[in-house]
Structure formats: C-alpha cells, structure tokens
Design a protein around this ligand. Structure first.
Ligand SMILES: Cc1cc2nc3c(=O)[nH]c(=O)nc-3n(C[C@H](O)[C@H](O)[C@H](O)COP(=O)(O)O)c2cc1C
Length: 206
C-alpha cells in the first residue's frame, strides 16, 4: 500500500543570515608584529585533511592568512561559548573598517586577554593553539579564492598538519569519542550544544 505523507506547508523567505547550525571554530592567525589574532568563524567544512573556511574580506583573519599562510583551527566545546562571545564585538583590524564600525565592532589587539583564553605554542605553525579548546588543528593554507559572484568573502582551503586532542575525548589511539566530544553550534546567531545521540552511521568505528 502506498505510504501517505503529509506535505508540510512552506513559504519562500529572505533571511538576513543563513547560519543553519555549524560548529564554531576559533581561528588563530599570525599578525605582522608576530603576535596572534583570534577570529570566531562558523563557516567551515572538512573532508579528509582538507578544511575549507569561509572568511569575510576586510577582517584581520584574511589579511593575516594572505601574508602568512598558516593557522590553527581551534574547536571549542559548548562550555566555552561565553569566551567566544567575548570576542564577537572585536576585530584585530586597526583602524576598524567602516562596515565593521557600522556593525558595532571595535579594535582589540590582545584577543587572548579579551576572551580569557590561554595560548600554547604550536608544533609546526607560528600561530599558537588555544589550550582550552579540546581540538586544535594546525593547518597550512593551500588556496584562497574570492568567488566572482560574491566579492565579500574568501573561500580558504587549508590542509591539516597536526591534530591535537584533549586526552579526555580520545578513544583508543586515533579516534575521538563522540560521547565525550561535543562541538559548539552556531544556530542562526544563537549558541547551542548537541542534544542526545540519535544513532550512528554504518561506517562508525566507535
Ligand atoms: C560565532 C561567530 C561565528 C562567526 N562566523 C564567521 C564566519 O564564518 N566567517 C566570517 O568571516 N566571520 C564570522 N564571524 C564574524 C567574525 O568573527 C568577525 O568578522 C571578526 O571581525 C573577525 O575578527 P578579525 O577581524 O580580527 O579577524 C563570526 C562571528 C561569531 C561570533
């Protein structure tokens, strides 16, 4: 017998933002004076050792990556959301670009101080890792592309070099325990953790 489905009613909308729920990362990059900048970013995806980031032009992160093609992709858990939010109104750009000024941004030089997070040296890249983030991925920039249909952001391709994980979230030698690890999710400008596990895919090894 044919299954009956209820078709949900839909409406075409024009949302101002389309942040439909992706993990927050704290991107550390290398400033021209050999200090480190931290930028909260939610536009990223991973396949193999390739991590692609969506980074707005006019901010400090992209300026730094163009000059020095290394970064650390620090991944906070939900307990760090207030540290992330402390960074939210600041840019490492001085002077602050007009469009950022209009959106309430001010300049901050020492983002570690602002966020009350702690640096630790990386193994192979210049920008430091953030101790409090359970995952810290040292990466090198492989390609930066500005799409011709949108001149406001860059698609930054990076390649992971070292993946540091807090011992507490590791299971066996080389796996992350999904019962111990939870990303911080940016969901239409609100912060969330994960809910309870629903199940796992046929290829899961944990
Ligand atoms: C949770 C969160 C997620 C964000 N995601 C992005 C993003 O994916 N890409 C981006 O360019 N900016 C994103 N932003 C805005 C940047 O953090 C902001 O542009 C800031 O100026 C970056 O700092 P910087 O100029 O020192 O690099 C996000 C901000 C917050 C708080």
């Amino acid at each position: 017998m044919k299954k009956m489905i209820m078709i949900p009613k839909t409406k075409i909308i024009k949302p101002k933002v389309l942040y439909y729920g992706t993990p927050v990362i704290l991107l550390t990059t290398w400033n021209e004076d050999e200090t480190v900048n931290i930028s909260p970013i939610s536009s990223s995806w991973v396949l193999g050792d390739c991590i692609v980031l969506g980074i707005g032009l006019g901010g400090k992160a992209i300026e730094n990556l163009e000059r020095h093609p290394e970064c650390v992709i620090n991944v906070p858990n939900p307990s760090l959301w207030e540290n992330v939010e402390k960074l939210a109104p600041f840019t490492g750009k001085n002077p602050v670009p007009e469009n950022k000024k209009e959106n309430g941004f001010t300049y901050a030089k020492d983002k570690y101080n602002v966020s009350e997070l702690t640096p630790i040296d990386s193994v192979s890249v210049k920008p430091s890792r953030i101790i409090e983030c359970p995952l810290q991925i040292e990466a090198s920039v492989r390609n930066i592309r500005i799409p011709d249909y949108s001149p406001n952001f860059a698609i930054v391709e990076t390649q992971a070099i070292h993946i540091h994980a807090h011992n507490e979230i590791i299971i066996g030698e080389n796996h992350i325990d999904p019962n111990k690890w939870s990303p911080l999710i940016y969901n239409f400008r609100h912060y969330f953790g994960l809910g309870n596990e629903l199940g796992k895919t046929f290829r899961s090894e944990t």
